[in-house]
Write a protein of this length. Structure first.
Ligand SMILES: Cc1ncc(COP(=O)(O)O)c(C=O)c1O
Length: 353
């Protein structure tokens, strides 16, 4: 067996003990709330990880892109997929219909009539019914209808289109008090119109502790919780010990006393920052900061660290946002207690279409 210490750098390692603990903890939490778990696979893009999530009790998976859903359907790890993205254009809507035919259940979100019309036409063309959820913008300011009334109006319009079956409401991320008020009001309006809402889907790792305060949620979509990262620790959703992904890097230069250069830059970590101060946490030197990147260079400021690494030292970095690092790598290494247990080719890497 290869030792982790023998892995050439840069290498992305995933601690499998931590992954298993993260999966168990979040499944138990959602079970405690009585909310079904529908993990988002964009974090790992690995059918093997989805299988662990399904075996632990998930009801199905969430994918952001059709290409991801195709990879996971091919792998046969889940026969119930929610696609949380507006699907537009004949090539994609036909691919969606092909997936619907293969899976036990597949649903898609939408937030406007143009998308709905395209889906309806594809449903007629391909002879399939399309289950849809209305995406609601409950405060995040991304996709989504802007009010409970707009959710009802759109649902009623789309339900009249051939082959379209209303399944429920979806939002990301949940937030107090706005999301709760929005969903409560929506359910009142749908109830008043006599329209059952079987699914109310919420999501987001940082807000998961709040999920119990949303009694209307039937399912929850969290992604990042399986690996965790600087963003989740900063948000209070995880501890450093819960971070399963670490990027092994080598110190390739120390041009000044306090400037240390790593052999990984934006082509490994990307520039995601969110609420973090730098661009990743160096496990062995938490006082130091990754202050910037070139494509293949990580530039570190060690002025706040009394200890300094030498050229040739290997360090471990917890990335700011693990989900984007996944998409940068051909493979990641599943490790356990210092040994490489599995090499995972990142099956859905680059599946952004
Ligand atoms: C629609 C949707 N649902 C769920 C998630 C999962 O969020 P998180 O990674 O915070 O768990 C995301 C993340 O981007 C998302 O866009």
């Amino acid at each position: 067996m290869t030792k982790v210490s023998d892995l050439d750098t840069p290498a992305v390692t995933i601690d499998l003990d931590i992954v298993e603990a993260n999966i168990r903890r979040i499944q138990d939490r959602l079970d405690g709330f009585g909310i079904a778990n529908r993990p988002h696979i964009k974090t790992h893009k690995l059918p093997q990880m989805a299988k662990l999530q399904m075996d632990a009790g998930a009801v199905g998976i969430t994918c952001q892109k059709l290409g991801e859903a195709e990879v996971f359907a091919d792998a046969g790890v889940a026969d119930d997929i929610l696609l949380t993205f507006n699907i537009l254009g004949v090539p994609k809507t036909d691919r969606l219909c092909a997936l619907i035919k293969r899976l036990k259940r597949m649903a898609v979100v939408l937030d406007n009539e143009t998308v709905a019309r395209g889906l309806s036409e594809a449903g007629m063309r391909n002879g399939v019914d399309i289950r849809f959820l209305i995406e609601c913008d409950t405060g995040f300011g991304r996709n989504g209808v802007q009010s409970p009334q707009a959710a009802l109006d759109l649902a009623q319009t789309v339900m009249k289109m051939p082959r379209m079956q209303f399944e429920g409401l979806m939002t990301f991320p949940i937030k107090l008090p706005d999301t709760r008020q929005y969903l409560e009001r929506s359910l009142q309006l749908f109830g008043g119109a006599g329209i059952p809402v079987p699914v109310v889907s919420g999501g987001g790792t940082p807000a998961m502790t709040l999920a119990g305060e949303f009694p209307m949620l039937t399912e929850y979509r969290a992604g990042t919780y399986i690996y965790n990262d600087v963003m989740q620790v900063t948000a209070g959703a995880a501890t450093w010990d819960d971070c399963a992904m670490k990027v092994r890097v080598t110190v390739v230069s120390r041009p000044t006393d306090n400037r240390i250069i790593l052999d990984a830059g934006s082509k490994v970590f990307t520039y995601e920052q969110y609420y973090a101060k730098g661009y990743g946490r160096i496990v062995e030197y938490p006082e130091a900061a990754i202050s910037g990147f070139s494509e293949e260079h990580g530039v570190c400021d060690f002025s706040q660290s009394k200890r300094k690494p030498e050229v040739g030292d290997v360090l471990n970095v917890i990335p700011n946002h693990c989900c984007v690092v996944t998409n940068m790598m051909d493979e990641v290494y599943g490790v356990r207690r210092g040994e490489v247990e599995t090499v995972f080719p990142v099956a859905a890497r680059g599946k952004v279409r």
